[in-house]
Design a protein around this ligand. Structure first.
Ligand SMILES: [Mg+2]
Length: 247
């Protein structure tokens, strides 16, 4: 949950406002639409979610996007048969509605990924998730290894702190290019139809969503933190999403 005091410049709504037709909706996936699972591969897409996303997208004339730490391929797999506008890997790659891919150039070096794989092999329970631009080290199933993981990822980032940064996520550390933030997806999509001219509304649950919140607010929109506005419950976000179908 976002500590509002840590973000005095942001006005994060403490309850979900009623859905509006003129919104452009940006939705995080894990911890927002989906309940967090023990590994990224074991999340369950609840019955009806895909249908409700499709209905909401239609009600918003297409102005609905997923912005996730997951890859675009993973987002599409989870939400099949939908192929929504999306920011994958925290918006390292943004897929616009016109099919254009807006991608940052920097990528986490391969030898950093190899070094994390070595760490995982020597510590049972740890898991790495390699993406095209970022790499994640998960310790959810080995919480006692948090310090060791932090040390390893910090040492890697220290090789090139100008271009890369360390993100602490839920039970995971992620290395990503500094240019990559979820705010990129908001800015990239709000420049094009059918997003342009609408009120951006960003819904997310963790620190990686703060840049999305900031971008939405900067463009005159609304930030909805799942912890504050939905009591930390993805099922309440899903219930709210259903209401878009009746707009
Ligand atoms: Mg999340």
């Amino acid at each position: 949950m976002v500590d509002p005091n840590s973000m005095p410049h942001l006005h994060i709504a403490a309850f979900p406002p009623p859905p509006m037709r003129d919104w452009a909706l940006f939705l995080d996936l894990d911890g927002t639409l989906l309940d967090i699972a023990s590994t990224p591969d074991s999340v369950v897409v609840p019955d009806g979610l895909v249908k409700d996303l499709a209905a909401a997208q239609k009600a918003l004339d297409g102005a609905l996007a997923i912005v996730s730490g997951r890859s675009l391929a993973d987002i599409d797999r989870l939400l099949a048969p939908l192929h929504l506008p999306a920011g994958g890997e925290h918006a390292a790659i943004v897929r616009r509605p016109d099919g254009f891919y807006d991608e940052v150039e920097q990528k986490v070096p391969d030898d950093w990924k190899r070094s994390l794989n070595d760490l995982v092999e020597s510590h049972p329970g740890l898991l790495t998730e390699a993406k095209s631009h970022n790499v994640v080290a998960h310790y959810r199933n080995a919480p006692s290894k948090k310090a060791a993981v932090r040390q390893a990822v910090s040492a890697l980032v220290a090789n090139d702190p100008e271009n890369f940064e360390l993100l602490e996520a839920k039970m995971a550390f992620e290395i990503r290019p500094r240019l990559v933030t979820k705010g990129r997806a908001v800015h990239a999509l709000m420049n094009v139809a059918p997003f342009a001219g609408r009120v951006p509304v960003f819904v997310g649950d963790d620190r990686t969503d703060h840049d999305g919140f900031a971008a939405a607010i900067e463009l005159g929109g609304i930030a909805l933190d799942v912890g504050l506005a939905f009591g930390g419950r993805p099922r309440d976000v899903r219930a709210w999403l259903k209401r878009f179908a009746n707009l």
